[in-house]
Design a protein around this ligand. Structure first.
Ligand SMILES: NC(=O)c1ccc[n+]([C@@H]2O[C@H](COP(=O)([O-])OP(=O)(O)OC[C@H]3O[C@@H](n4cnc5c(N)ncnc54)[C@H](OP(=O)(O)O)[C@@H]3O)[C@@H](O)[C@H]2O)c1
Length: 294
């Protein structure tokens, strides 16, 4: 039995679908069963779970042979390190055999980025726990652009990255790697650095958005502090807006993650998806209200 934590996030629903298609037994450990049913469908087995409430761990982990954890994001907690470390300890105590962690590209304990240091601390705890562990270290997700939809629909891509490039990735490719890691014992214990097929600057991303949406979109390289303020104005909690602005300023903008790897292809047997295809598939969502008003 696989327990999926973070099943309702950017990549979770794709992992759920993949395990359903393979007929592999799993359950989604979620905070809000109602919202999860809406997002994942009525057939998906659910168990109540809150990473911030260790009292929920025993029931969520009952009978689990593997745990997949992709918890975090804007609805998560600034105390992610302590919370996920407690989950790892509980998994070990419950006899879980394998833990797959979603971390971040270049997460290292001495990274200049706060969120990368947090993930690295959790990785270190996981390795020290003695659990069999597989770590997925993805680049920034294509799906983040959907969060910038209101600005994109107005013709602006406001991200503090200068001319720097990174191997942006479709979260569905991460889900494919996660599904393989959970169903192929030979892959256990590895660390995978996951990128898309090309390293892209946000100027190049804007050009792809312009071509596919058939309306001009321009990258605006605003200062990190203004980016942080705009995220707060858009409704993100201050601590998370700060973590995001920090990772763009300290890791992306200096060009530290300007590379692509072959790990998606090596693990899944298929090439990583392109940004052009992603924007085509989500064209209506990107155009949103601007399209309706036009
Ligand atoms: N986005 C990126 O570009 C990127 C790149 C590299 C690494 N990552 C890492 O990937 C992880 C997920 O990020 P994301 O962007 O996919 O975030 P996301 O879409 O917001 O998903 C976060 C998931 O965590 C769940 N969650 C949050 N707090 C929880 C809690 N206390 N208890 C149980 N579940 C909780 C959310 O559930 P609800 O539906 O209940 O809110 C949701 O399923 C993070 O650790 C992030 O650092 C992200």
């Amino acid at each position: 039995m696989i327990v999926i934590c973070g099943a309702t996030g950017s990549m979770g629903p794709h992992l759920v679908k993949s395990l359903q298609d393979k007929g592999v037994p799993f359950r989604a450990a979620v905070r809000s069963p109602e919202a999860a049913r809406q997002k994942l469908g009525a057939q998906v087995p659910l168990v109540p779970f809150d990473l911030e409430r260790p009292a929920t761990f025993a029931e969520a982990l009952r009978g689990a042979s593997q745990v997949f954890c992709a918890v975090g994001g804007a609805t998560g907690t600034p105390e992610l390190v302590a919370c996920e470390q407690r989950l790892i300890d509980a998994a070990k105590a419950a006899g879980v055999g394998h833990y797959v962690k979603l971390s971040g590209i270049d997460a290292q304990v001495d990274s200049p980025s706060k969120i990368q240091r947090m993930h690295a601390e959790i990785e270190r705890h996981l390795r020290a726990s003695g659990l069999s562990a597989t770590v997925l270290k993805p680049s920034f997700f294509f799906q983040n652009f959907l969060g910038l939809q209101p600005a994109i629909a107005e013709g602006v891509l406001p991200v503090p990255t200068g001319q720097a490039k990174a191997g942006l990735i479709d979260a569905r490719d991460i889900a494919d790697v996660a599904a393989a890691a959970l169903t192929t014992p030979a892959l256990r214990g590895a660390t995978y650095t996951l990128t898309g097929p090309r390293s892209l600057s946000h100027g190049e991303v804007a050009a792809i958005l312009s071509a596919v949406l058939e309306r001009p979109v321009q990258h605006v390289d605003l200062p990190a502090q203004a980016f942080e303020q705009s995220l707060v104005q858009a409704g993100l909690p201050g601590w998370f807006a700060n973590l995001l602005a920090d990772v763009y300023a300290t890791v992306f903008a200096p060009g530290l993650i300007d590379r692509v790897t072959g790990d998606v292809r090596r693990v899944t047997g298929h090439e990583p998806r392109s940004l052009e295809a992603f924007v085509r598939e989500h064209r209506a969502a990107f155009l949103g209200a601007a399209s309706a008003a036009a």
